[in-house]
Every structure is written in C-alpha cells, then in structure tokens.
Ligand binder design. Structure first.
Ligand code: ADP
Length: 254
C-alpha cells in the first residue's frame, strides 16, 4: 500500500542526512511498529508522509499514487496523523474532532461531517466529554480526543507518533488496545512509532527498524528477537519467556 523508495532528507544543507535513501514497503491492514533510537528520524518520516516536510529526493506511493505530490485534501483522505504533542488550543473536544474534517468541510459542516465526528467520538467513548475544552482533559483523555480527530478524517492509514510517550502504564495499555481494536474493526491501517519494545511485542503485527537513515530490519513480531533489538538500540536486550509472555530485559543490571 505504502511504497517508500530512496527517501532522503536533511534539515540543512550542511547537516548530515536524517533519512538516507530509505526504502520500505508498508503493507495494507494491521499495525506496523516503527522502532529506532531517539533521533533516528521517525518523526521526520511521519512529517514527510503527512506533507509538512518535503524530502530532497525519493518517492512515496500510496496504492500506486504519488502521495507527496497530491493536493493536501486528497492526501488527508489517505493519511491521518496523531502527533506526539497535541496542542489544540482552547477548543472543545467536538470542535477539535470536527477540525479534522477541514479538507471536506464547505462553508458549514455537512451531515456527513457531523456523522463522521459522532462516529469517531462514539468509537473513542468520548461523547460525554464532547462539550469539554481540550485544556480541561487529562492526558489520557486528550490522547483519546487526538485519536478521535484522526478517525474523523476517515483516512485509510493512521500514523501515530509515540502515542504512549506521556501516559502512565494503565493508559499506555488502553491506548495500545485501542490501536489494536481500530486496526481490526475500523478497517484502518496503522503505522506507529513506539519507544517501548515491550509494547511493540504486545502490539504484534509487523515492525520496521530505522537506523542510520535506512530501513535496517523488517518482519513480523516473531522476528523481533533480542539480537534485532540490541542492534536497533545499540544496547544489550534479551527476551525471556514468562508464563507465555515475552519479556524484554534491557541492558545490564544497574
Ligand atoms: P525521532 O523521532 O526518531 O526521535 P526525529 O525525526 O525527531 O527523530 O529527529 C531526527 C534528527 O533530526 C535528530 O538528530 C534531530 O535532532 C533532527 N531534527 C529534528 N527536527 C529538526 C529541526 N526542525 N531542525 C533541525 N534538526 C532537526
């Protein structure tokens, strides 16, 4: 579905490339987890896919169509983005979710826009909070509103940038479960960066490792071995089995 070929990007001419001829294929359906050390270029890649950065070279095809060259409204129907930091100002939850329809909304929201917003709020169990201001929500609730906003965009692929980065472990697992549910029930594909390899294992699906500006490894969750993770993070990682669960053991004892 998403075919990335020879993607290169640097922030300044004098700076080293963040992406250095990255090529990867991200298949239709399910969840693909993007893993890589801090600064390996995950957010940069997402910003390219959603049109806020332009690569110096390379192509991205979405079902064979040039994703980077298409008008923003057309791209928005294909890729939605849940950024790491969600700053939506002093708007209500409902208006925030509605703002995702910007590429569809005419002078006034149509019935189709309102229905899409309602479905997204319902799916994220946010109807009772729809009149609340975003600034009055907890971190976990804000995260859910950000996901609802992406859902209302009705894109085929949702890109999540470290969706669990600021959450406690309970909300982290809730968000991960929600992502799994969406990929199964809402018919969307998910591409997400996750900093915690334990969560990456729990999400299952496929993984893609970004290292030195290139796709370093790719496979399904079963291929995510201690060796692959050690190489990804340049630190010793082991995977042990406990009561049928795979447990990540990081580094040496402190
Ligand atoms: P990740 O999401 O994997 O942590 P990023 O894509 O955020 O990585 O960053 C990749 C590299 O690009 C880092 O070295 C970072 O310092 C650099 N970088 C990110 N944003 C900018 C920017 N606006 N200007 C210059 N360099 C940047």
């Amino acid at each position: 579905m998403l075919e990335i070929t020879g993607l290169s990007f640097r922030y300044k001419k004098s700076a080293p490339p963040v992406l250095d001829g990255l090529s990867a294929v991200i298949g239709d359906g399910g969840i693909t987890v993007l893993l890589g050390k801090n600064g390996s270029g995950k957010t940069t890649l997402f910003k390219i896919l959603t049109g806020s950065l332009k690569p110096q070279s390379g192509t991205v095809l979405f079902d064979g169509e040039d994703l980077l060259g298409m008008p923003p409204s057309k791209r928005a129907a294909r890729v939605a983005y849940v950024p790491q930091e969600t700053v939506y100002g002093d708007m209500t939850v409902c208006d925030t979710v509605l703002s995702a329809r910007a590429s569809y909304v005419g002078v006034r929201p149509s019935k189709r826009d309102r229905d899409a917003v309602r479905r997204a709020l319902e799916r994220m169990d946010l109807l009772s909070l729809s009149g609340r201001r975003m600034t009055e929500l907890s971190g976990g609730e804000r995260q859910k509103a950000a996901i609802a906003r992406a859902l209302a965009q009705e894109a085929r692929l949702i890109v999540f940038d470290e969706p669990t980065g600021n959450l406690d472990i309970a909300n982290e697992w809730l968000t991960a479960r929600e992502m799994k549910r969406l990929s199964r029930e809402a018919g969307v594909s998910i591409l997400t960066s996750i900093h915690d390899p334990q969560l990456a294992l729990a999400l299952g699906g496929r993984f893609l490792i970004l290292k030195n500006g290139k796709a370093d490894a790719y496979g399904c969750a079963d291929d995510l071995t201690g060796e692959v993770l050690s190489d990804c993070f340049d630190t010793p990682v082991r995977i042990v089995e406990y009561e049928g669960h795979k447990i990540i053991v990081k580094g040496e004892p402190l």
